[in-house]
Design a protein around this ligand. Sequence first.
Ligand code: SF4
Ligand code: SF4
Length: 146
Amino acid sequence: MSTAFWKKKQLNEMTNEQWESLCDGCARCCLIKLEDEETGKLHFTNVACSQLDIETCRCTDYAQRTHLVPACIEITVDQVKTLTGLPATCAYAKLANGESLESWHPLLSGGQASVIRAGVSIHSIAVSERHVHPEQLEEHVVDWIG
Ligand code: SF4
Ligand code: SF4
């Protein structure tokens, strides 16, 4: 794989492998969001989807994710610019907006540790939905999502 394919190709020109490699594994998109009924604004919580492995920040059933979790965001080239549940740091959102990958992105740093060091990963910060009562979600709203 070319190390700089993301600079040479448009999102719709990438292979599936290249597309998937753009995910930095931050898992911020796997945090539960609460919608303000009046404004429609989404508020991130520090509560992660029950399907997420908090330690690895990976989905435990990626292939079936949208069947298991209807609210799961399936990122596509056509929709990436209009998706509201992605953090500003998300590589898909950045490239779709003509921005560059961050220096801590695994494709540039060579590993996942840089994402944690940059404070972007939910690793060791989030709690699983399995351990939070739905009525307590409002207490978990956070403002550290960039
Ligand atoms: S927010 Fe973007 S980069 Fe982070 S895990 Fe989700 S899809 Fe991947
Ligand atoms: S189903 Fe998987 S990919 Fe979707 S939000 Fe949950 S953990 Fe994330």
